[in-house]
Design a protein around this ligand. Structure first.
Ligand SMILES: Cc1ncc(COP(=O)(O)O)c(C=O)c1O
Length: 406
């Protein structure tokens, strides 16, 4: 099938939940993709911050193929050797002690919502079930995670949503302090609000939130689904703030593209979950854990966390140099290899995205005026230079079309 045939088939048979760009990728290697018509692209989206080790990393492919030929799934009715090893690896690289495995970010957050409710029932008196989240947050599309997501646009068609969530402005400790009540069992935040616009909080925000949670005896949940696994230049985004959350959620990059999610927690919190409290048929099966263990090995052996920090700084510097002279460019924000190019309101981020795609660079328009860059963590200096040249050209063209006489 060529691109057009794939598009026609999709339009005929798929539910219209997405509005995909008119391209069908069929092959990937490192930070390169090829579409069904044979065109090559430089990928600065990585399947939404998923393909961090690069597309089809040979060690991840080998681990998946080998495990697929040996044993894929037995369920959590039995012990799973690689699941235990993966939990150990995650405990070693994070501040958590125990893991629960599932298949996606939303499911990881479902576990992270249930766990403090159970914990509060055992450790706090009275009705204590409320979780405070931030406005402009994004935690997933299941009903509970949608209720946790502080964005009306995602929620409005699906009411009634499960009760027990209160929203406060992000980066505002005072508002959080005021919102905490007898009913609060936890605060749930992203270390950087990603889908909400790549909003990086002030340096003292998360440390002050941690202090407040400790004072009030409530749990701190960090949703690291998009920011985790090295993306921001540390294994986890919370490390930039030097805090140790009680619960951490992961998904996206954890399996290099093989679906797997995880809810991690400190010992005293994790122990609230007892047999029968939570489960997932597929969660942490042999195949998913093989992919995740290989992913962690590659990130460690190839120094990809440090590379994300280094390439992130370089990318930010190159973008600032190239774009600051162009009308329509506003600023860059983000951390590590999770950056947003903010353009002025009259410049269309979608037009920039489309222009880049036509020139062989995959970027992602977030809303009307922001372009997200989240390339694989293994990108090189030359990849950054190539991406910036294409992106700058696209911004110049799109902004220039608004002011043809300049
Ligand atoms: C911070 C965050 N949490 C949760 C999710 C939901 O993850 P999934 O789509 O795997 O359910 C996302 C997805 O973009 C996310 O960015």
């Amino acid at each position: 099938m060529d691109n057009q045939q794939v598009i026609e088939l999709s339009q005929r048979y798929l539910m219209s939940t997405y509005s995909p760009l008119p391209v069908a990728f069929v092959r990937g290697e490192g930070c390169r993709l090829w579409d069904a018509d044979g065109n090559e692209y430089l990928d600065f989206v990585a399947g939404i911050a998923v393909a961090s080790t690069g597309h089809c990393h040979p060690r991840v492919v080998e681990a998946i193929c080998e495990q697929a030929g040996q044993l894929m799934h037995t369920s959590n009715l039995y012990h799973i050797p690689l699941q235990a090893q993966l939990a150990q690896s995650l405990a070693e690289i994070s501040c958590a002690d125990r893991c629960f495995f599932c298949n996606s970010g939303a499911e990881a957050n479902e576990a992270a919502i249930k766990l403090p409710r159970k914990w509060a029932g055992m450790n706090r008196s009275g009705e204590c079930f409320e979780i405070i989240t931030a406005k402009q947050s994004f935690h997933g599309r299941t009903l509970a995670t949608l209720a946790a997501t502080g964005q009306e646009k995602y929620q409005k068609a699906f009411r009634p949503l499960p009760p027990g969530f209160t929203y406060v402005p992000f980066n505002d400790v005072g508002a959080l302090e005021e919102a905490i009540s007898e009913q609060t069992c936890a605060v749930m935040l992203e270390s950087i609000q990603v889908e909400g616009g790549i909003n990086v909080p002030d340096d003292d925000y998360l440390p002050r939130v941690e202090d407040l949670c400790e004072e009030q005896g409530i749990l701190l949940i960090l949703d690291e689904v998009q920011t985790g696994m090295g993306r921001t230049g540390h294994w986890f985004g919370y490390e930039h703030a030097d805090i140790t959350p009680d619960i951490i959620t992961l998904a996206k990059a954890l399996g290099s593209g093989f679906p797997i999610g995880a809810c991690l927690a400190k010992e005293g919190v994790a122990s609230a979950f007892q047999p029968g409290d939570h489960a997932s048929t597929f969660g942490g099966n042999h195949l998913a854990c093989a992919a995740a263990l290989a992913t962690i090995d590659v990130i460690e052996d190839e120094g990809l966390v440090a590379n994300a920090a280094r390439m992130g700084s370089l990318l930010e510097e190159l973008l600032t140099d190239e774009l600051s002279e162009i009308d329509g460019f506003d600023h860059i924000r983000g951390r590590g290899l999770l950056l947003a190019v903010q353009v002025t309101p009259e410049v269309s981020a979608k037009a920039i995205q489309n222009q880049c795609l036509a020139a062989g660079l995959v970027v992602n328009a977030m809303g009307d005026d922001r372009v997200r860059l989240a390339p694989p963590l293994m990108i090189s200096e030359a990849d950054c230079q190539q991406a910036v040249a294409i992106l700058a050209d696209a911004v110049r063209k799109v902004a220039g079309n608004l002011n043809p006489h300049r």
